[in-house]
Design a protein around this ligand. Structure first.
Ligand SMILES: NC(=O)c1ccc[n+]([C@@H]2O[C@H](COP(=O)([O-])OP(=O)(O)OC[C@H]3O[C@@H](n4cnc5c(N)ncnc54)[C@H](O)[C@@H]3O)[C@@H](O)[C@H]2O)c1
Ligand SMILES: O=C(O)[C@H](O)[C@H](O)COP(=O)(O)O
Length: 375
């Protein structure tokens, strides 16, 4: 069985070598002739999987994307050809939530505000939005959810607000899929009219898909003095992004919000399990056997935990300023994809054991994700 996989898929060889002959490819320039003899194709979001890519292949049985987003996959075409498909729902949701939290911690320090005074509007309350909601709850940060699709689900007991209400919050964080049609289409959800209503007291974070914000409209408004503070991880037309927008960002990164090692590798593991299921074999490998020991695995806290201390912990595991600096330094010389391909290993909060002094700390903010324990 010939298995072709994106070279930017951690532990692909460890998971898949037993199942077939492996060939790695570079995702952005993948072409039909490269995969004409593939039985299994494993991609990431930078490969468009459609009729044009698969036209020379008559034997493909399985396509997997090690990502949450599926806007690069023509699922109707795969179904019409009876090719099995799997994505990796939720694989890097924790990573995205930790990116947003790190950005908020950095901005709180930069502008001297207290996170607990903020209200965050989470637009899209699926996996990434929900993980963010849990972490904000752990920090007592007020937040509201906007998700008109989940709001219609009688089994979902959460309270929802309208988009216009979410856009009035101190922080607006976008967590929707890119959809171009239908009642709840998200393409240019934040158009010129909605963007114009945001004020310099607000923070707008986009770590979902660039096309959810009309980037040209945003740039025009910024050039006219629009003050909203921007955190952009995703951009329209990646990798050829609207470069002048970078200078207007508080934090700008190269679509790496979901790039924790755990997040990327969970995507590989989910596809391994899906392929095993398709082949009717029992999976015998798991991610925890491959993840390296983190550089810092434990710390001890000797004072009561407060916001400042938690902010310190967040930055210790992931400080988004590093990614912002790399982006600004390398985007002109190396380009967008290079920054992503050479992304250094970044671990999730759960990689850090935090020992607390029992006599000082009664409540542990477990939902934040650190591995708290009492000593
Ligand atoms: N920057 C990154 O590295 C990164 C990482 C992971 C995911 N993403 C992107 O984020 C998106 C969301 O991820 P997720 O795991 O939360 O997906 P998900 O499918 O679990 O949740 C998305 C939620 O958005 C809701 N939604 C859809 N249209 C909406 C609208 N018009 N208004 C409000 N809510 C709407 C859906 O009902 C759903 O609950 C992915 O589709 C992907 O494109 C980006
Ligand atoms: O949809 C996702 O899961 C994320 O956007 C993911 O991090 C994209 O990474 P890529 O596939 O482009 O490497």
């Amino acid at each position: 069985m010939n298995i072709y996989y994106d070279e930017n898929m951690p532990f692909a060889a460890e998971f898949f070598a037993e199942l077939g002959t492996l060939t790695a490819f570079s995702g952005r320039c993948l072409q039909a002739q490269d995969i004409s003899d593939a039985d299994v194709l494993l991609v990431r979001s930078i490969s468009q999987v459609n009729q044009a890519l698969l036209k020379d292949n008559q034997r493909l049985r399985f396509v997997g994307t090690a990502t949450i987003g599926v806007d690069h996959i023509d699922q109707a075409y795969l179904a019409a050809r009876n090719i099995q498909f799997s994505s990796a729902p939720g694989c890097n949701a924790v990573s995205v939530a930790e990116y947003v939290l790190s950005a908020l911690v950095v901005l709180a320090e930069r502008y001297l505000f207290t996170l607990a005074d903020l209200t965050v509007g989470i637009v899209g309350a699926g996996n990434t939005g929900s993980r963010l909601s849990e972490k904000l709850s752990a920090l007592n940060i007020k937040h509201v959810l906007c998700d008109p699709i989940l709001a219609q689900n009688p089994d979902d007991q959460r309270q929802y607000v309208t988009l216009e209400q979410a856009l009035e919050c101190d922080v607006v964080s976008l967590h929707v899929p890119l959809t171009r049609a239908g009642e709840h289409a998200t393409y240019h959800l934040l158009d010129a009219e909605r963007l114009a209503k945001l004020s310099d007291q607000q923070i707008l974070i986009n770590a979902c898909r660039g096309e959810v914000i009309d980037n040209a409209a945003l740039l025009k408004l910024k050039q006219q003095g629009q003050g909203v503070k921007l955190v952009l991880d995703v951009w329209e037309h990646e990798p050829d992004i609207l470069m002048p927008l970078i200078d207007y960002c508080e934090i700008s990164t190269a679509h790496i919000a979901g790039y924790s090692l755990e997040g990327k590798a969970r995507g590989t593991e989910i596809l391994y399990r899906a392929l095993c299921k398709q082949l009717a074999i029992l999976p015998n490998k798991q991610l925890k056997d491959f993840l390296p020991v983190p550089a810092i695995s434990s710390v001890k806290i000797n004072s009561p935990i407060d916001e400042l201390l938690l902010n310190q912990l967040v930055k210790m595991v992931y400080d988004v300023r590093r990614d912002d600096a790399i982006f600004r330094q390398q985007i002109n010389t190396q380009g967008f994809d290079y920054i992503r391909k050479t992304y250094p290993a970044r671990r999730e909060f759960s990689s850090l054991s935090v020992a607390l002094n029992n006599s000082l700390n009664l409540a542990m903010p477990n939902q934040l994700g650190f591995n708290f324990n009492i000593q």
